[in-house]
Each structure stands twice: as structure tokens, then as C-alpha cells.
Design a protein around this ligand. Sequence first.
Ligand code: DAT
Ligand code: MG
Length: 137
Amino acid sequence: MATEETLVLVKPDGVARGLTGAILARIEAKGYSLVDIRLVEPDRDLLERHYAEHEGKPFYEPLLEFMMSGPSVAIRLAGNRVIEGFRSLAGTTDPTTAAPGTIRGDFGRDWGLKVQQNLVHGSDSAESAARELAIWF
Ligand code: DAT
Ligand code: MG
């Protein structure tokens, strides 16, 4: 049993579209535990730290602008292999090709935008989770 914690974000598109409850319902139905939850309006400094690995990529500036366009719901989530498990629930990055049954596959839209408005973030490793949780909480 490998109980872990991960950072989940319901991003500004998810909050603005009123999908926070639907996304939380899937997380709870899976059996993961909400350890902490808060509404955050991140500033540029926070987002530069969160997305440091993407600095310089073509979608970096649009990504930061999008993430500053409204509040996100930040969740400290715990569970057995939750890091991998939540990313599986979320689906692949591009909502156009994310599998049906996943959050991004079921709710994500293809607007042909410069940045993927794909509803959620989930940490991609134990190292990322520890780093990101310290940034958002
Ligand atoms: P993920 O959120 O699936 O971990 P990521 O870490 O590679 O994906 O990228 C962070 C975010 O940046 C992602 O959720 C949406 C945006 N993004 C990534 N790749 C992109 C691309 N090729 N075009 C537009 N936006 C992109
Ligand atoms: Mg990522």
C-alpha cells in the first residue's frame, strides 16, 4: 500500500464552467481523500514556479495568462498510488484525444486555442507533488 499525496487543480475553465462539483464527485467516487482544499487566485510569481519546467515553450505565456484568468480550486489529495491514479482519471493533456470516461475526455472542449484548457492539473511524480503542494498550500 503506497499512500501518496498529489496536487490537483480544477483550473479556471473548470471553475468558470461550474464543473468543480462534477470533478470532485469523480475524485471522491474513486475513494481518494480530500486532505485540504482552497480557492486560489494565483499571481504570476506562483505560476512561474509551478510551471518552471515549461518556461520558453510556445504555450508558456498563453498558459500563464489562462491560469491568471480566474480562480482555481487547489486540492491536496491522498490515496493509494493517487499520483498515477489521478492522472489516469484526468486523461491525456489534449482534450480532443483524451479518452471518453476521463475528465478531460468527457468535459474538455477543442476550441483551437493556443493553450489547452483541459480543466485539471495533476502532479506527474512524487517529486513534482511535493514541490507543487508546497507552492499552492
Ligand atoms: P499535463 O497538464 O497533462 O501534465 P503538461 O505538463 O505537459 O501537461 O503541460 C502543462 C499544461 O500546458 C497543459 O495542461 C496544457 C498546456 N499545454 C501543454 N502542452 C501544450 C501544447 N502542445 N499546446 C498547448 N498547450 C499545451
Ligand atoms: Mg504536467
